[in-house]
Design a protein around this ligand. Structure first.
Ligand SMILES: C=Cc1c2[nH]c(c1C)Cc1[nH]c(c(CCC(=O)O)c1C)Cc1[nH]c(c(C)c1CCC(=O)O)Cc1[nH]c(c(C)c1C=C)C2
Length: 616
């Protein structure tokens, strides 16, 4: 089992750095000479450098091995650890160990998530996966803290009466119902407006109250960002287009229902391509009712398994503890030169950068007075994992987010939200058949034999093994929470809270909002510097400028991928890696940003893993 504590740590060597794992392809050892010879005799069609060893860099290398099997790939990573901010660690508690996630904790198998779902199959992760079902409280119960209590967000499963009552009586929904019902009558924006903040857009279409009390909370939970800074055009492209084309969001939604969803041709092609994937029918069936999935040892397992695959593939070299210092085009433009620390230079046919824009600008010494990528701001998030001995200290559900409008005295720590981690992963109790909602074990066995999905206490496992996997290896599980701090609230702060301060802030939050006064049995404080790029107003234009600059300076030899272009999540990183490699394979002189501002649209019915899309 790999150590998940700090992700995969890589040992550094003077001549060549290689993974500190027993691998037949660790370049320093004799055992590998054969492999290297085989390697040299193959005619490499592409010699590609991948800059950055986070999930985007690893996925780029992974898709390169699939799409260009003869490519030789070198991954440059500045630190001795790969995986970026996907970081899962196991911590000891009195009766065993529990799993803490410092970054993302679950993945969705829809839209770009079809790629992460495919990785379950391709990296043989099905037996390690846990699939919370759409019937689970984590999928149904979402809360917003406003103004001084948790408010459950409406959900179809609660019934019309309960939802309506909540909409009419909770202060958070003030103006929501009426502004929703009258949205269709609002004037469409003037054609002069090229972009505006999410706050401005929804204030016009709905109301400022809806933005400050509800929408800002949703944006905290995804971008840790400020609704009044983030771009409506980049975050809500289809609603933005609905207003322009149909006159209102509502009219656009009705049109989509009648005629199919409008999307870019590129998106439609992607969905079409995903349809023909040769799914293992049992995995496909399991994914159908799963809103999210995770793994026994957390999302860190995805990184570990991918790294292992790359090592075993034999055409991938990891250069860890090797910061890139310069990138330049050769004089005849036939190759790109990567210079790393100590002045070592290597030439490649192509490079894929998964570095942040700021980092890429820093290592691009030849850009002249203008930077290669215009400034794209990012926020720092502190995640504080807390584990309490007492179970069920939180109400059942996903967790809660806190909107801008929550009064300061009710959120002086300026927290963004709290995740109820125990909702996402089954407890040892869920493995005890006497606690199962299914009372006919014979039926369960039969279902399993027929390759059908078995839902046990709102969780599913691949083929319902006799010993289903769980994350928290304890006799009696307590309560596990993650408090999210920082984001845009910490913009321009010269320094951030240290571990003790972070812990104190998190304890303050859960005491005030959830009445938890118990001391945590275990905790972990993680500062994720500049981890979420902010797509602020004008983002699309900045990406177009970046595309032009990259094209002009690197003539198709340098492409970019990552969470700063078309989505900040792990699934979006996979998608951007996938696209960049496909572009490279197609031989286009791309930059990874050529799709920005595309104008070719088609109408399609939506697709989820296991369901078919119908092109119209
Ligand atoms: C760890 C902090 C993160 C915050 N946002 C993101 C991360 C990784 C990125 C993100 N979070 C969500 C999405 C939407 C797509 C999706 O996969 O669901 C993205 C791109 C949704 C989300 N938000 C929270 C959770 C548990 C999830 C599900 C996915 C995941 O495991 O991250 C909770 C949450 N995340 C952040 C805050 C402030 C927050 C508050 C409760 C910031």
């Amino acid at each position: 089992m790999l150590q998940h504590g700090n992700g995969l740590r890589l040992a550094s060597r003077t001549r060549q750095n290689c993974l500190a794992l027993p691998t037949p392809l660790c370049y320093g050892s004799n055992a590998n000479i054969k492999g290297l010879r085989r390697y040299a005799t193959q005619q490499a069609t592409h010699n590609v450098a991948v800059l950055g060893g986070g999930i985007t860099g690893l996925a780029s290398a992974y898709y390169l091995t699939k799409e260009l099997p003869r490519a030789r790939i070198t991954i440059y990573e500045a630190s001795d650890r790969i995986g970026g901010w996907l970081s899962s660690k196991r911590v000891p508690v009195k009766d065993g160990t529990i799993l803490f996630e410092a970054g993302p904790r679950t993945l969705r198998p829809v839209s770009n998530g079809v790629l992460s779902a495919r990785l379950i199959q391709e990296l043989d992760l099905a037996k390690d996966a846990i699939f919370p079902q759409d019937s689970s409280p984590a999928a149904r119960n979402r809360y917003v803290y406003y103004p001084d209590h948790l408010v459950q967000m409406p959900h179809p499963s609660y019934g019309i009466a309960e939802n309506l009552w909540s909409l009419m009586t909770e202060p958070i929904f003030k103006t929501a119902l009426i502004s929703g019902l009258t949205e269709i009558f609002g004037n469409a924006r003037s054609s002069d407006i090229q972009d505006e903040s999410v706050g401005d857009f929804f204030s016009r279409r709905l109301s400022k109250t809806v933005v400050d009390r509800i929408l800002s909370a949703v944006l905290h939970g995804i971008y840790a960002g400020d609704a009044w800074q983030l771009s409506a055009k980049s975050l809500f492209p289809s609603l933005w287009r609905n207003e322009a084309n149909a006159g209102s969001i509502f009219a656009g939604v009705m049109k989509s229902r009648a005629e199919g969803i409008e999307m870019t041709k590129r998106e439609a092609d992607f969905l079409h391509e995903m349809r023909s994937y040769p799914w293992d029918p049992l995995l496909e069936g399991t994914l159908k009712r799963s809103t999210v999935f995770t793994f026994k040892d957390g999302l860190g397992m995805l990184v570990d398994r991918m790294a292992r695959y790359l090592l075993e593939h034999g055409s991938v070299e990891f250069k860890t503890s090797t910061p890139v210092e310069d990138i330049s085009l050769s004089d005849d433009r036939s190759s790109i030169r990567i210079t790393s620390k100590g002045g070592q230079a290597h030439d490649y046919a192509h490079a894929i950068s998964s570095l942040s824009p700021a980092h890429l600008n820093l290592v691009n010494k030849n850009a002249g007075p203008r930077s290669l990528i215009p400034h794209i701001p990012s926020v720092t998030v502190m995640t504080v994992n807390l584990y309490y001995r007492t179970p069920d200290l939180n109400p059942p559900g996903f967790g809660y987010v806190i909107p801008l409008a929550t009064p300061f005295e009710n959120n002086p720590e300026r927290a963004l939200g709290v995740v109820f981690d125990t909702a996402y992963s089954p407890s040892p109790k869920d493995l005890d058949a006497s606690n199962w909602q299914i009372n006919n074990i014979e039926q369960l066995k039969q279902a399993r034999e027929n390759g059908q999905l078995v839902n046990v206490n709102d969780f599913a496992w691949y083929n319902m093994p006799d010993k289903p996997v769980i994350q928290d290896d304890v006799k009696e599980r307590g309560t596990k929470l993650t408090v999210m701090l920082g984001g845009h609230w910490w913009n321009d702060w010269p320094s951030f809270p240290d571990e003790q301060e972070g812990l104190a802030l998190a304890k303050g939050v859960v005491q005030r909002h959830l009445n938890i006064t118990e001391e945590p049995e275990a905790f972990s404080v993680n500062l994720q510097a500049d981890c979420i790029p902010q797509y602020t107003v004008g983002h699309e234009q900045r990406l177009k400028t970046a595309h032009d600059n990259l094209s002009r300076q690197f003539k198709g030899r340098l492409r970019v991928a990552g969470n700063w272009m078309s989505g900040v999540g792990v699934n979006d990183c996979l998608r951007s890696a996938y696209d960049v490699v496909r572009g490279l394979k197609a031989g286009r002189d791309g930059t990874g940003l050529e799709q920005v501002g595309t104008t070719e649209y088609v109408r399609l019915k939506p697709v989820k893993v296991g369901k078919k899309a119908e092109e119209q």
